[in-house]
Ligand binder design. Structure first.
Ligand SMILES: [Mn+2]
Length: 428
């Protein structure tokens, strides 16, 4: 089954197929002069996928308010349908990352819905940063690092439950992010708190199935505003090392101090075999969870430059998971996620165009100007015809947003999905 009518998609594509084909040929000619095969780039782009976070298809909100849009998904099954729309039109998002307990459901139902929609499940995300109804112990003062053993045990068991559900739906990774930290100097003993965290994380790691990976996500601050237990990539690396070979660091682009050189962090984690994956988004000030590539597309490109560099030299153990993690407040989440998935693909395509042998020669000769120009040349290339052609050939839309609008999907679901309240957020 498809969420977007096939005839409509075909009509929309027909209207601009010839233009795309001409643009593709022109770019192909331009790239051929640089010794690059456009078809090879297109094949790689077609094979690229970024996972959709289930929580991304609803409106996020801020600490002040949430302004829900029309036709907000009511449950995980509605969310999966919205994710299917994104995948059908972009062909860049074959999987969905679930968040437990928000998406808790019978695994058989999850599997049959995903099969019906042609989707797979990516990494599982646990939630010990908020309290659930009927939960005996509160996470107000932390979860995996809480001073109280029973609270820590409750958080451990929740993570094990995520693994159990994940196993039943074909996932093979667990992502842990905790909000644990402190708001006042002296509130927590840094060392003891981190020891408690490590002990808890080891209990989870010990139960990880053989073919699973554990991703831990660092974040500088928020909800804790004085200190955070897993605050940066250094602490994250320590965790991954302490736990073992199935533990890796997850880099959320928004979880760093402003102006931090994220691409260099990525390079370091690759070098030491501990890059687990990404949560892509963009930010201006903090963990803004803005749309990927909307603020600093060059930084996104520079991150992908490191990824492609690792890919072409077959860096040992290099197999990062790619996920989006955004909060949508003023746009239709489906449109934002489609555009963001395409931005990630764009950065990948641009990074594939980098003339790596020239770059290496310029680096060896200390020719800073030509080295940086080499990167800029790839970044400045308009790869849109490659992305459009990749979508067209894999059954997607040349222009996903206009096709989505023409399909009237949001209006249709708004009729069957009741208006939701403004309560609750969806930012992680
Ligand atoms: Mn994240």
């Amino acid at each position: 089954m498809t969420m977007i009518e096939k005839d409509l998609l075909a009509r929309q594509n027909e209207a601009c197929a010839e233009t795309v084909s001409r643009d593709y040929d022109m770019l192909g000619e331009q790239l051929r002069r640089q010794g690059i095969s456009i078809d090879e780039i297109k094949t790689k782009v077609s094979g690229y996928g970024v996972a959709i976070p289930s929580w991304g298809v609803g409106s996020g909100g801020t600490r002040f308010a949430r302004f829900p849009g029309a036709g907000e998904p009511r449950n995980i099954f509605d969310k999966l349908e919205d994710c299917a729309v994104i995948q059908e039109l972009t062909r860049a998002t074959p999987s969905v990352s679930l968040h437990i307990p928000w998406d808790k459901a019978d695994p058989a139902d999850l599997n049959s819905k995903a099969d019906e929609l042609g989707l797979k499940f990516d990494a599982m995300n646990s939630n010990t940063f908020q309290d659930q109804l009927e939960q005996p112990h509160s996470y107000k003062y932390g979860s995996l690092s809480h001073t109280d053993r029973a609270t820590r045990q409750q958080a451990i068991e929740h993570n094990l439950e995520c693994i159990e559900l994940g196993e039943a739906i074909g996932s093979n990774a667990l992502t842990i992010w905790v909000g644990d930290g402190s708001n006042f100097p002296g509130q927590s003993h840094f060392t003891k708190q981190f020891e408690r965290y490590l002990e808890s994380a080891k209990s989870i790691y010990g139960k990880l199935p053989a073919d699973w990976r554990l991703f831990t996500e660092h974040k500088m601050y928020e909800p804790a505003f004085y200190s955070t237990v897993v605050q940066d990539w250094g602490t994250n690396y320590l965790i991954a090392n302490e736990l073992g070979e199935k533990a890796f660091c997850l880099v959320d682009l928004g979880h760093h101090a402003p102006n931090v050189n994220i691409e260099m962090i990525v390079a370091r984690l690759i070098q030491f075999g501990k890059l687990g994956g990404f949560h892509f988004n963009d930010s201006k000030y903090g963990d803004d969870d803005l749309d990927t590539g909307s603020i600093d597309p060059y930084r996104l490109f520079l991150v992908f430059n490191e990824l492609v560099d690792a890919e072409v030299r077959s860096a040992p153990g290099f197999d990062p998971a790619h996920m989006l993690d955004q909060s949508h407040n003023v746009t239709d989440p489906i449109e934002s996620l489609m555009v963001s998935a395409m931005e990630v693909q764009r950065a990948y395509a641009q990074a594939l165009l980098v003339d790596r042998s020239s770059l290496e020669a310029y680096q060896d000769e200390n020719d800073a100007l030509m080295a940086t120009t080499t990167l800029k040349q790839a970044f400045r290339t308009n790869v849109e015809p490659i992305l459009a052609m990749a979508r067209l050939e894999t059954g997607g839309a040349i222009d996903p947003v206009s096709t989505y609008r023409a399909a009237g999907y949001r209006q249709q679901v708004a009729e069957i999905r009741p208006v939701t309240s403004g309560a609750g957020g969806g930012i992680v």
